[in-house]
Design a protein around this ligand. Structure first.
Ligand code: PEP
Length: 245
């Protein structure tokens, strides 16, 4: 674990019913010194927050997405003020699945970050390269472009998640050394963009993290936690991941 705030964030994606969520929250024990954030699908945000509160849990609730407008004629969408209103503290922005399946671009990501900050939500900003970009030596260029685009005119706090697209849901995680060297590069770019403030920003790794490999990531000086998809769906597995930070 690093000196920065360490996070264990669960991205449930489009999984779990109300009753599955209730059982999970009952089972999950958090740990002092780690900020645990559960990001359920949107219909569970309110009841999950309520239950966590009733149980006296320190777990926070985050959304998986937010719309970039204040309000209005955007059928099916949810605004940052609505998320704040029902007790969300965090929101994942720019996840690669949003970029890939819903064509989100860096400009939209930037708008969404601004909306989140305006409403007092902490954005969890996701960046990462595809396998083609990695194989053609473009990783640093891609990450820099995503960072510069996302962070235009942003001067509030955020969490960054490095999630190589080739490692998400594939069972093929980056090695801890690979992730560390990319995180160090990301921090260098952040320093160029934000100055000394970059030292305090938590950079999480995401991509096939599980209860076996989490400990290796936690040893690395620039890895300040993890964003977990598949392995976060099981409370026991996620608890083991939390435990190493
Ligand atoms: C994710 O979707 O953010 C993720 C990291 O997924 P997984 O852990 O399943 O690779």
């Amino acid at each position: 674990p690093s000196a920065r705030t360490n996070y264990a964030i669960a991205n449930w994606k489009m999984n779990k019913t109300f009753s599955e969520m209730a059982v999970y929250l009952q089972e999950l024990k958090s740990k002092e010194g780690v900020s645990v954030v559960i990001c359920p699908p949107s219909q569970l945000l309110y009841p999950a927050g309520l239950m966590a509160k009733q149980q006296g849990s320190t777990v926070s609730i985050g959304a998986q997405n937010v719309h970039e407008a204040d309000k209005g004629a955007y059928t099916g969408e949810v605004s940052a003020s609505m998320l704040k209103d029902i007790g969300c503290a965090y929101v994942i922005i720019g996840h690669s699945e949003r970029r890939q399946y819903f064509n989100e671009n860096d400009q939209q990501v930037n708008q969404k970050i601004k909306q989140a900050i305006k409403e007092g939500l902490t954005p969890i900003i996701c960046i990462g390269e595809t396998i083609e970009q990695k194989n053609s030596g473009q990783t640093e260029k891609v990450l820099t472009t995503q960072l510069v685009g996302a962070l235009q005119d942003i001067d509030s706090d955020f969490i960054l998640a490095y999630e190589p697209v080739w490692a998400i849901g594939t069972g093929e995680s980056a090695t801890a050394e690979q992730a560390q060297s990319t995180h160090a590069y990301i921090r260098k770019v952040l320093t160029a963009l934000l100055g000394g403030r970059a030292e305090g920003i938590s950079i999480l790794y995401g991509g096939s993290v599980n209860d076996k490999n989490a400990a290796e990531f936690s040893q690395m000086p620039d890895i300040d936690g993890v964003l977990v998809g598949g392995a976060s769906l099981n409370a026991e597995s996620f608890e083991k991941i939390i435990a190493v930070f």
